[in-house]
Design a protein around this ligand. Structure first.
Ligand SMILES: *[C@@H]1O[C@H](CO)[C@@H](O)[C@H](O)[C@H]1NC(C)=O
Ligand SMILES: *[C@@H]1O[C@H](CO)[C@@H](O)[C@H](O)[C@H]1NC(C)=O
Length: 392
């Protein structure tokens, strides 16, 4: 098997989660109670999950997304009107039942995780505390408290319309002030100004606990004012009545055994221009309406897959992936497999091995190991590491 150990491409700093502000602009002048009024709508049925989440089944046409000023007259799309074509093999994924956390809302309603005052306070303190210092760090990143490991297609000047991957799911013990993700970045230059990011994360400042959860994040101004994670601000339109984004992922890989993976795709609906988020190739969870990030309407200039490890300023970096360095074995390090882009003909396409670039921001703590085309499903790589004192 071909193993190309990553070339570091420093030029690619596609996208950290800017953590300066997780609020939407409409939240700027509101107090917490007003924000909660918008986020928490009258519930038709309520689910309490084993993990302590509360899901309210909310009239689909009254969900918080529609309070966004840009979505005043938004017509909800119940399913994608066009799907990217050209899938070769569907990789096996974690069971759909393990994604719903037992939630099943009545017809015409969608589950919205209830937001508590503490959730907003926690995210706000996180945003303030992690103010990104703009020091240019010579060997790593412009954000010294964040480390990224990624693979990206390198078709200069090409535009993309989506990305897909099967992402192994892991649990890691991290401190409450750290967070770690496995994710895709979909953005448009200039760097990270406009982006959609999705995958799984562990990070109690964002999610309120230390469990592995799916997430989506969006911004259109490098996170200074717009965008947020999941449903922490109006934006993401939920259409599935069982599976939400932000839920606990219950099937977790075990070290040394065949991995449990979530199959995630984010793609643009050809007709409506909305950005769909789909799990397991069939579950249309919801979408980010095109008007939210008008800069992405023409397509994406940057896509990457990998991990992001974030620590408080001057703190220790958390583990990434499953906490182990890649060593040629798909049971002992975290992986991305079936990695594909959506091209301008709305077709899933596997980038050629030679047309990818790698970013490893701190080799002492994390690494990436490229495995080329794997099982005929797409590109594959192992990544991750233990973290620690990553200053170099
Ligand atoms: C994770 O959260 C649970 C419940 O709050 C807590 O009992 C446990 O100690 C936490 N684990 C870690 C590693 O922080
Ligand atoms: C991968 O790791 C597992 C668990 O340590 C081991 O049983 C297996 O033999 C390894 N596979 C290869 C190809 O080295």
């Amino acid at each position: 098997m071909k193993i190309l150990i990553g070339l570091v491409v420093l030029a690619l700093v596609l996208g950290q989660h800017g953590v300066q502000g997780e609020r939407s602009t409409i939240f700027e002048d509101m107090n917490l109670e007003e924000q909660l009024m918008i986020l928490n709508k009258p519930s038709i049925k309520t689910f309490h999950t084993e993990e302590g989440d509360i899901f309210d089944c909310v009239d689909i046409y009254k969900q918080p997304a529609l309070d966004h000023p840009l979505l005043k007259n938004h017509k909800i799309q119940m399913r994608p009107t066009s799907l990217p074509e050209g899938l070769i093999n569907e990789p096996a994924s974690i069971a759909t039942s393990s994604l719903s956390n037992g939630v099943d809302c009545p017809q015409g309603t969608v589950p919205i995780r209830r937001t508590q005052k503490e959730d907003l306070l926690r995210v706000k303190s996180f945003s303030d505390e992690y103010q990104l210092t703009k020091n240019i760090h010579p060997h790593t990143t412009i954000f010294p408290n964040q480390h990224m490991v990624s693979l990206a297609p390198n078709y200069l000047w090409a535009l993309y319309y989506g990305a897909r991957a099967s992402i192994s799911v892991h649990h890691l013990d991290i401190n409450n002030d750290q967070y770690t993700t496995a994710q895709m970045w979909l953005g448009r230059r200039p760097i990270d100004q406009y982006s959609i990011q999705a995958g799984w994360m562990i990070g109690s400042k964002i999610t309120g606990d230390n469990l592995t959860r799916s997430f989506v994040y969006w911004t259109k101004d490098q996170s200074k004012k717009t965008g947020c994670f999941n449903q922490l601000c109006p934006g993401f339109v939920q259409v599935h009545k069982q599976v939400t984004i932000g839920s606990v992922l219950k099937e977790i890989s075990v070290y040394g055994e065949a991995q449990k993976s979530m199959d995630l795709s984010v793609f643009r609906d050809r007709n409506t221009g909305h950005w769909w988020l789909q799990l397991n190739g069939a579950i249309n969870v919801g979408y980010l309406p095109k008007t939210l990030i008008p800069q992405l309407v023409e397509g994406l200039s940057d896509i990457a897959w990998g991990g992001l490890a974030v620590n408080p300023p001057n703190g220790h970096s958390p583990p990434m992936g499953n906490g182990h360095f890649p060593k040629g074995n798909f049971t002992t390090a975290a992986s991305f497999t079936a990695v594909k882009i959506v091209d301008s003909t709305n077709t899933y396409r596997i980038p050629d091995d030679i047309d990818v670039k790698f970013l490893v921001e701190n080799r002492a703590c994390y690494n990436i190991e490229f495995h080329g085309k794997y099982l005929n499903e797409g590109l594959a790589f192992l990544y991750g590491g233990p973290g620690g004192d990553c200053k170099d």
